[in-house]
Design a protein around this ligand. Structure first.
Ligand code: ZN
Length: 306
C-alpha cells in the first residue's frame, strides 16, 4: 500500500514537472495521439461517470496548446501516406450518449475542433444505452457481479441479451437511464464539424461472436447510419477495442476505410489501418493527459505491477 501511495505521489509530481518536458519530446516524434471520450457533463451516474465540463474544457485548452486537432480522416490519410504526424491529433467519442449534444459539442465548436462520434445504431432507434452500460447500472444498484454478468451475456444473440437485462431491470429501483442521440438529432449538427462512425449495431464484442453475426453487425450498422446521416460512414470503432485479424478483414470487406481500437498508444506510420490505437481519456485531469500520451504513466504502472 505504501508503495502504491508512493507511485501515486510519483505520478502527481511527474504530472507537474515531467509533463511539459515529455510533451516537448513528444512533439518531436513523428507520431500522433487520438483521444477517446464517452461522456461529458454534470451529474454523478455511478454506471458510467461523466467527465466534468470544466475538465473537458481544460483538456481542450491543453490540446489547443500542444496539438493540431485534425479531422480523423485527414489524420489517417497522413499516417497512410507517410506525411508528418508531429503534433497532430484527433478527437473521438464512442457510444452516442445524448449529453454529447448539450455539453461536449458546444465546447468543441467553441474551440473549432472537428470530432468523430461512433454510434451504436440499435441505441439510436431505441434511445436505450448499450448493454455494457445496463450491466454497469445493474451492478451499481443490485448484487450483480459485473464481470460474471458480462461473461453470461456477451455472446448471446441481441434479442436474448436484451431480454436477460430487461428481466433483471424490472423491480430494481434505479435512476433513469441516460438518453441517447436519436435520428431527430442529426439535423442539429454541423456536418462539417462532426463525422459519424459505426460502433456496430448492438455494441457487440465482435471477437466473441460467430463470423456471420460479425458481418451482419458491421453491414447493418453502416447501412443504417448512412441512411440517417446521408453521408458515407467510413470508419468503425470496435466495441471495447476487441478485435482480431479476421474481424479486421471483415471490417475491410464491409467497406470501412479504417477501424479503431483502444490501445493507449500513439498513432505511427506503422499502425495498421484496421487497428488504429486511441487513448481512452476516461476521467483523467488535464495534467495527466501529457503523461498518458508520452507513456510516462504506463511506465510507472509497470513499476507498480507485482
Ligand atoms: Zn463503446
Amino acid at each position: 500500500m505504501a508503495f502504491q501511495t508512493s507511485i501515486r505521489a510519483a505520478i502527481g509530481v511527474a504530472s507537474s514537472v515531467v509533463g511539459p518536458l515529455t510533451l516537448a519530446l513528444q512533439r518531436r516524434r513523428d507520431a500522433a495521439a487520438i483521444f477517446l471520450y464517452h461522456r461529458v457533463g454534470p451529474g454523478s451516474d455511478r454506471a458510467y461517470p461523466s467527465l466534468p465540463c470544466e475538465t473537458f474544457i481544460a483538456h481542450c485548452e491543453f490540446m489547443r496548446r500542444h496539438f493540431r486537432i485534425l479531422p480523423l480522416g485527414e489524420l489517417l490519410e497522413r499516417a497512410r501516406t507517410n506525411r508528418s504526424l508531429k503534433g497532430c491529433s484527433a478527437i473521438c467519442f464512442d457510444d452516442g450518449y445524448r449529453d454529447f449534444i448539450d455539453y461536449a459539442y458546444p465546447v468543441l465548436r467553441q474551440f473549432e475542433f472537428p470530432v468523430t462520434h461512433f454510434l451504436v445504431t440499435d441505441c439510436i432507434d431505441t434511445n436505450v444505452p448499450p448493454w455494457t452500460y445496463r450491466i454497469n447500472r445493474l451492478a451499481s444498484h443490485q448484487r450483480l457481479n459485473r464481470r460474471d454478468a458480462t461473461k453470461t451475456v456477451e455472446s448471446m444473440p441481441r434479442g436474448d441479451r436484451d431480454a436477460w437485462l430487461s428481466a433483471r431491470e424490472v423491480g430494481t429501483p434505479m435512476p433513469p437511464m441516460p438518453s441517447m442521440i436519436t435520428a431527430a438529432d442529426f439535423a442539429s449538427f454541423n456536418p462539417d464539424a462532426v463525422e459519424w462512425g459505426s460502433h456496430t449495431a448492438s455494441h457487440a464484442f465482435l471477437d466473441r461472436m460467430p463470423e456471420s453475426d460479425v458481418a451482419e453487425e458491421l453491414r447493418h450498422s453502416k447501412e443504417r447510419l448512412e441512411k440517417l446521416v446521408g453521408r458515407p460512414v467510413r470508419y468503425l470503432a470496435y466495441p471495447n477495442g476487441y478485435y482480431n485479424q479476421r474481424i479486421a478483414e471483415l471490417s475491410r470487406a464491409a467497406g470501412y476505410e479504417a477501424a479503431l481500437t483502444v490501445g493507449q498508444a500513439e498513432l505511427s506510420h506503422a499502425a495498421p489501418m484496421y487497428a488504429v490505437p486511441r487513448f481512452d481519456v476516461g476521467n483523467m485531469p488535464a495534467s495527466m493527459l501529457a503523461l498518458e500520451v508520452t507513456g510516462v504513466v504506463e511506465r510507472l504502472r509497470r513499476l507498480q505491477a507485482p
